[in-house]
Design a protein. Structure first.
Length: 575
C-alpha cells in the first residue's frame, strides 16, 4: 500500500524534500544566530514584547505575523511558567528559542509546497506540472549567497514566512485558474484577500501581488477583495495598531526618497542607481525577466486576437504582475526582496506548460531537462555557498571561543561593524535596541557585565549613537577601566585609531581581531567640548574654537558634532 502511494503521489514530495535538505544545510553552515543578529534577535525580542503584553516596537516590515508566531512558540515551550520566568528563560538561552522558531519556519515551507503540489496533481494528474509549481522554492535557495548577509533560509526573518505565504497564494491562484464555476472563482478571490493581508503584514514587498487578484476578479469581487485584504491586514497587525501613523509615514518616505529605507534625496528614483540595478537584474535573473516579458507579449497578441481569453489572460496577468514587482524592487534593491517575485513564477510555469508546451515524449523530456537543470544548478550553488559559509562560521565562532577560553575573567564588548557579528555580546543589544528597550530591566539583571560598542546610530530614536553602552544606557570607558582590569573588544578589525579609546592588539584570526582596552580620552574630550559650548555662549569665539579643537584632537565623538561646531565658530575668528 505504501509503495502504491509513493508510486502514485511521490512526485508531490520530491522538491519539498530537496528544499528542506538544502535549507537545513544552509542553516547548519550559518552557525549561531548571533552572527546575524539582524534580524533574528530583533524578531525574538519583539516577540518577547508580545509575551509581556506590551506593543511590538518593530514595524518596518511590518513583520507582525512572524513576531506573533515567535510569541506562540515561546509560550508553548514555557507552558505552565509565569511570564517573568518565561522571559528570563528566553533571554538566558536565546539561541534555543531562535532555533525553535527557525525550525517551524523551515517546516512551513515544504508543508505549504506539498499542499500546492498536491492540488496541482489533483487537477492535472501530471508530475511535471507539480514540479513546475514547486520549482521556485528550490531556486530561491541561491538567493543572497554573499558572506556579509545571511541566506534567507538561515535566520529568523520575514522571507521564510513569505515563502510559505506565497505558496498558499499560488495555490489559490491555481484554484481560480482551474475553477469551472463563478462561485468557485469568487471563493478563491476571497481566500486570496485573506492571504494577501497576511502577506502585507509580513512584509510590504507583498503589496504588488494585490494587482493580480484585482486583474482576474470580476467587477463585483474587486471591492470585496480589497475589503477582505484590509480586514486581514488589520487583524494580523493588531499588536502595532498604535504605530500605524509611523508605518504610514515610513511608507511615504520610501516612496518619496531615492535612497534605501526612506533616506536620500527627495524623488521617486535615482535614475543612475535604478539603471545599475536593472543591469544587475539582467545579469543575474535574465531568464525570469525575459520569460515574463515573453509571456506578456505572446498572451497580449492572443488576447487581441481573442483566443482562449480566460486562460491566456491568467498568464498575462501573472507575468505583468511579476514585471511590476521587478520594477518596484529595482528602486530599493536587495536580493532577498526577490523572494516573492521569484516564487510567483510557480503558477505561470504551470499555466504556460498546460497551455502551450507540447505534451509528446520529446516535449516532456525537454521540460524535465529544464527542471533538472534548475535543480542541479541550485544544488551546486547552494553547496558551494554552504561550504564557504561553514568555513567562515567555524573561523569566527572558533576565534570567539578561543579568546573567551584564554581570557575567562575578561569583560567583553560586542560591536556591529560588519556582518557576520564577531561576538555574541552584541546580539542582545541589537534586539533590545530594536524592541524599544522592552527587555531592558531583565537584561540588566541577567547580564550586569554586558557592554556594547556602537559606531553609529542603530535605531530611529537615536538612543544609541557613538560609544559604549550597557543595557541601561551609555557608560564611560574611563569608568570601566577603573572597575575592570581586562576589557576586550572583538570585531572585524576596527583599529580604534580615530576613537577616544586606546587599545592594544591582543589576538588575530582569519576574520576577527581582539583588542585590549588600555586607556581612554573620552571624558577629557567631552569636558573640553562642553567647555567650548560655554565659551561660545559667552561670545569668546577664540577660546571656544581652541577648546573644541582640543576635543577634536582627543577624538571627541560623534565627530560630526564637533566638526559642525568648529565650522560655525571659525568665521567669527579674527584671522
Amino acid at each position: 500500500m505504501f509503495y502504491q502511494f509513493i508510486r502514485s503521489y511521490g512526485c508531490i514530495f520530491i522538491l519539498p524534500a530537496v528544499a528542506i535538505v538544502f535549507s537545513l544545510l544552509l542553516k547548519a553552515a550559518a552557525g549561531p544566530f548571533w552572527q546575524y543578529a539582524d534580524p533574528s534577535y530583533i524578531y525574538l525580542l519583539n516577540s518577547l514584547n508580545l509575551v509581556k503584553g506590551i506593543p511590538s516596537a518593530f514595524f518596518d516590515q511590518p513583520g507582525v505575523p512572524l513576531q506573533s508566531l515567535g510569541q506562540l512558540i515561546i509560550m508553548i515551550l514555557n507552558t505552565g511558567h509565569s511570564a517573568t520566568s518565561t522571559i528570563d528563560q528566553v533571554l538566558m538561552d536565546p539561541e534555543f528559542y531562535l532555533n525553535a522558531i527557525n525550525i517551524v519556519l523551515l517546516a512551513l515551507i515544504p508543508l505549504t509546497s506539498i499542499l500546492l503540489g498536491a492540488y496541482t496533481y489533483f487537477k492535472t494528474k501530471d508530475c511535471l506540472a507539480v514540479f513546475l509549481s514547486q520549482l521556485p522554492n528550490v531556486i530561491l535557495l541561491t538567493l543572497r549567497t554573499s558572506l556579509d548577509h545571511p541566506t534567507v533560509y538561515a535566520t529568523v526573518n520575514a522571507e521564510p514566512l513569505l515563502l510559505s505565504v506565497t505558496n498558499l497564494f499560488n495555490l489559490f491562484l491555481l484554484k481560480w485558474y482551474f475553477a469551472d464555476a463563478t462561485k468557485k472563482e469568487n471563493v478563491a478571490i476571497l481566500i486570496l484577500g485573506f492571504i494577501a493581508g497576511l502577506g502585507i503584514a509580513t512584509k510590504l514587498t507583498f503589496l504588488p501581488l494585490l494587482a493580480l487578484p484585482l486583474m482576474i476578479a470580476g467587477w463585483r469581487m474587486k471591492p470585496v477583495f480589497i475589503l477582505i485584504t484590509i480586514v486581514s491586514f488589520v487583524l494580523w497587525t493588531l499588536p502595532i495598531i498604535a504605530l500605524y501613523p509611523k508605518l504610514w509615514g515610513w511608507a511615504i518616505e520610501l516612496l518619496t526618497h531615492t535612497g534605501v529605507y526612506g533616506n536620500g534625496d527627495q524623488g521617486i528614483i535615482d535614475l543612475n542607481a535604478y539603471l545599475m540595478t536593472w543591469k544587475h537584474l539582467f545579469q543575474e535573473f535574465w531568464f525570469f525577466i525575459l520569460f515574463a516579458v515573453g509571456i506578456v507579449t505572446i498572451s497580449s497578441i492572443q488576447l487581441i486576437k481573442k483566443r482562449e481569453h480566460r486562460a491566456v489572460f491568467f498568464s498575462w496577468a501573472i507575468s505583468a504582475t511579476i514585471l511590476i514587482q521587478f520594477m518596484l524592487i529595482a528602486k530599493h534593491f536587495d536580493e532577498h526582496y526577490l523572494v516573492i517575485v521569484l516564487n510567483s513564477f510557480g503558477p505561470i510555469f504551470v499555466a504556460v506548460y498546460l497551455q502551450w508546451m507540447p505534451k509528446g515524449v520529446l516535449g516532456r523530456i525537454f521540460i524535465l531537462a529544464l527542471i533538472g537543470t534548475g535543480i542541479i544548478q541550485s544544488a551546486i550553488i547552494t553547496s558551494r555557498y554552504a561550504s564557504r559559509l561553514d568555513h567562515l562560521t567555524k573561523a569566527v565562532v572558533g576565534f570567539n571561543d578561543m579568546v573567551h577560553s584564554k581570557y575567562p575573567d575578561a569583560i567583553y564588548i560586542g560591536s556591529y561593524l560588519v556582518s557576520p557579528i564577531r561576538s555574541p555580546e552584541y546580539a542582545l543589544f541589537m534586539g533590545n535596541d530594536s524592541s524599544g528597550g522592552g527587555e531592558k530591566e531583565e537584561l540588566t539583571r541577567l547580564y550586569p557585565k554586558n557592554f556594547s560598542f556602537f559606531t553609529e546610530s542603530r535605531d530611529i530614536s537615536g538612543t544609541c549613537t557613538y560609544g559604549l553602552y550597557d543595557f541601561k544606557g551609555p557608560v564611560w570607558a574611563d569608568d570601566l577601566l577603573v572597575d575592570y582590569s581586562h576589557i576586550i573588544f572583538i570585531n572585524s578589525g576596527y583599529d580604534f585609531s580615530d576613537s577616544p579609546y586606546v587599545v592594544k592588539p591582543l589576538e588575530e584570526g582569519e576574520f576577527s581581531k581582539a583588542y585590549l582596552l588600555v586607556g581612554s580620552t573620552e571624558k577629557a574630550a567631552n569636558a573640553f567640548f562642553n567647555a567650548a559650548i560655554q565659551e561660545l555662549q559667552k561670545g569668546d569665539y577664540p577660546q571656544a574654537f581652541a577648546l573644541a579643537l582640543k576635543a577634536r584632537q582627543l577624538h571627541y565623538q560623534p565627530q560630526g558634532k564637533v566638526d559642525y561646531f568648529l565650522s560655525i565658530v571659525y568665521p567669527h575668528l579674527n584671522h
